[in-house]
Each structure stands twice: as C-alpha cells, then as structure tokens.
Design a protein around this ligand. Structure first.
Ligand code: NAD
Length: 290
C-alpha cells in the first residue's frame, strides 16, 4: 500500500515515521515541519497525494483541511482512500467526505486520542467515521499507528466521538481540580483525598491516571511542573468544537459550555497557554469565591 502523508507536525511526523518503519512506502508533505526518517519528501500536497492508495492528513483545523482536500482530491486515484486524522468540526469532516465520495474516493474521519506520546509509541486510539469497507481497508495502517480503532458509524461520527469524549475529559478535570482545592481549604490531606476518591464513586481517569495534584497517584504532568502532556489550549480547541457541534445540533450542554468558558479564560487571560490542562488545580488553589 502506497501512502501520502500531509501534515508532518507534532502528531503527523511520528505517525508517518511509524508507517515508514513498518515498511510502507510513505511520501510526505509539510510546508515547515522537518521530514521524518524514512519518509520521501514531496514538494506539495498534490505531489504527495498523486498515485497513492491512501492519503492521510494530520492538520491543525477544519479550514486548512477543507483547503488541502480541495487541492488533493482532484489528483487522487479513483478508489483511493482519504483518511483524515486531524481533529476538526463535524461539519467540515462531513463536507470533505462528501466531496471525496463524489470524486469516487473512499473517505474516513479518524481523529485520535493519545497525544504526541501515543503518536510516537504507536499506541493511539482512533475513532473512525465512514464506511465499514473503508474502515477495513485502513485497519492495517491504524494497527501500526495505534493500539485501538473503533468504527463509530458514518462520516463525521469519528469527530463526534472525539469531541464528546473530550468534553467529558475537560469537565471532569475541572471537577477534580476544584474538589482538590476545596479539600485543601477543608484541611483534608491530598493523599487521603486521592486514596478515597480513586477507590470511590468520584473516581475518574483524571483522578486515577492523570492526577492533577503533584506527588499524588501515578506520574503525571503535575509532577513535571505542569509541562504538557495535553496543553490547555488543545483542550480549549476541543471544547470549542463541542460547543459548535452542540449549537448546530441544538443539544443542551451546560457543563461543556462552562468548561469551554473556564479554559478560555485560563488560556487567554490567566497564562494557561503552554501549560498542561491539569494546571487548573494551581489556578483554583488559593482562590476564593469572588
Ligand atoms: P502541529 O501544528 O504540530 O501540526 C500540524 C502540521 O500541519 C504543521 O506542521 C503544519 O505545517 C502543517 N500544515 C499546515 N497547513 C498545511 C498545508 N496546507 N499542507 C500541509 N501541511 C500543512 O499540530 P499537531 O499537534 O500535530 O496536531 C495535528 C492535529 O491533531 C490537530 O487537529 C490536533 O487537534 C490533533 N491532535 C493533537 C494532539 C496533540 O497532543 N498534539 C492530540 C490529539 C489530536
């Protein structure tokens, strides 16, 4: 299987490198990022896409995805697969898939969770929207780049799953951090708080696996001065996408909206940019109700 890979940034670079290391012929394009080992350099997105069996995109947002798709779809071989792994809004994913399908291509949206560490280790989770047949065709590639792939239904459903998951993650992280801050003020030791909550009904991934309190629970970005990890601005991006989708679908999501507003303030007004999303805990620490 010949692969074109467009967008070789923090995530795309290691993903493309893993495919090349697994023996796939990978031709890549990125206007600025360095070319990973084993990936043949193309001079444009079109050059990377022409004649490939599968074209993978890993791009910053829906606007860029639409632009790149508009450029590469016309030069792709009929029957080839366009596999977008970026996190974008549901509507862009569905529009790009329709454009690709009309041009005789197979289209899949397959956003990931697992971050740069997962991309490098080849342990990402893929949430995939598109046809069952398309999913089966790319399964061997997803196996190289990840440890799990879930087919979520038709086009756009991969993005839907991703933003619903991350809306839960953002809300839960805030709840975990504000509970630690309250515990502090009540004189409850953080280790005792962890020991109780991590084995009681308040447990969650944010408490048990990614504890925002330094020195408590398994090692996490809190133990590394809140260096990301998963940066607060990336959480904000996903919470904004969730609200955009909720508005379009007329879904009532008050907690998701509150989480979006809080991360927006944290990133844009409170020096949260570049810090891990669990740095909400030092933000809450010491604050009063005013
Ligand atoms: P990044 O900014 O490091 O990489 C994006 C790359 O796309 C850049 O290298 C940029 O030069 C390139 N690009 C921009 N316009 C292009 C064009 N027209 N043609 C070709 N390349 C172009 O971002 P990233 O961290 O690799 O994230 C990529 C996607 O993965 C985003 O949608 C992000 O939300 C998602 N994601 C990121 C993480 C994470 O932890 N970084 C985790 C899960 C999902």
């Amino acid at each position: 299987m010949k692969i074109g890979f467009i967008g070789l940034g923090n995530m795309g670079g290691p993903m493309a490198a893993n495919l090349a290391a697994a023996g796939y012929e990978v031709t890549g394009y990125d206007p600025i990022a360095p070319f990973p080992k084993g990936v043949t350099e193309a001079k444009s997105g079109k050059d990377a896409a022409r004649g490939q069996d599968v074209v993978i995109t890993m791009l910053p947002d829906g606007t860029i995805l639409r632009a790149v798709a508009g450029e590469v779809i016309p030069v792709m071989t009929k029957g080839a697969v366009l596999l977008d792994c970026s996190t974008v809004d549901v509507q862009s994913a569905r529009d790009v898939a329709a454009l690709a399908t009309d041009a005789g291509l197979e289209a899949l949206d397959a956003p990931v969770s697992g971050g740069v560490g997962g991309a490098t280790a080849g342990t990402l989770t893929f949430m995939v929207g598109g046809s069952e047949a398309g999913f089966a065709r790319v399964a061997p590639l997803l196996e190289v780049m990840g440890q799990k792939a879930v087919h979520c239904g038709p086009s756009g459903n991969g993005q839907a799953a991703k933003i619903c998951n991350n809306m839960i993650l953002g809300v839960t992280m805030i709840a975990t951090c504000e509970a630690f801050a309250l515990a502090d003020k009540l004189g409850l030791d953080r280790q005792a708080m962890f020991d109780v909550v991590s084995t009681s009904s308040g447990y969650s991934w944010t408490m048990n696996a990614y504890c925002p309190a330094p020195g408590i629970g398994p090692k996490s970005p809190a133990d590394n001065d809140y260096q990301p990890g998963f940066a607060a601005e990336l959480m904000l991006k996903d919470l904004r996408l969730a609200q955009q989708a909720a508005e379009a679908a007329d879904a009532d999501t008050p907690m998701g909206e509150a989480a979006r507003d809080l991360y927006e303030r944290f990133v844009e007004e409170e020096n949260g940019k570049g810090r891990d999303f669990s740095a909400m805990l030092p933000r809450f620490e010491g604050r009063g109700r005013a």
